[in-house]
Write a protein that binds this ligand. Sequence first.
Ligand code: CUA
Length: 157
Amino acid sequence: MNVHTYEKLWLIAAMVLIVGFIATITYGSVGLGIAMVGDQQETVEPTELADDERFGEPRVEQIGDDEYEVYVVAQTFSFQPDPIEVPENSQVTFHVTARDVIHSFSLAGTNVNTMVIPGEVAEMTVEFDDPEVYGVVCNEYCGPDHHNMEGQVHVVP
Ligand code: CUA
């Protein structure tokens, strides 16, 4: 093989990788039985979470037949509530804020992933079809125990 052939092979390999990355991002949750259907942002006073009607008591709230709202507080180095329990075949809107520093709220193995910033409320709606346990992980470095910051979402029958 001459140099040109190698160059061509590398170009093709790079192209395949790029297409693969895009496909992974676009179709990340297909086949996992869950889908992210939207996200938006609100605000909150991070020093007054205890008195906030949404975050004073982190919780799961049923708002319709198959509809749930979950209020989540991320802090060094845990998520509240934990575990978050929702039923299968439900549409769940997560409202997530941070008490102290920047964290993330990410469901391992899915494309459900949001940065969680003190003062801001990350909102996203997810449809859960099948019973499953998802790990909640933090993808933003937030301190010495960042790698141990984890929670769980239980999708129950
Ligand atoms: Cu919280 Cu990393």
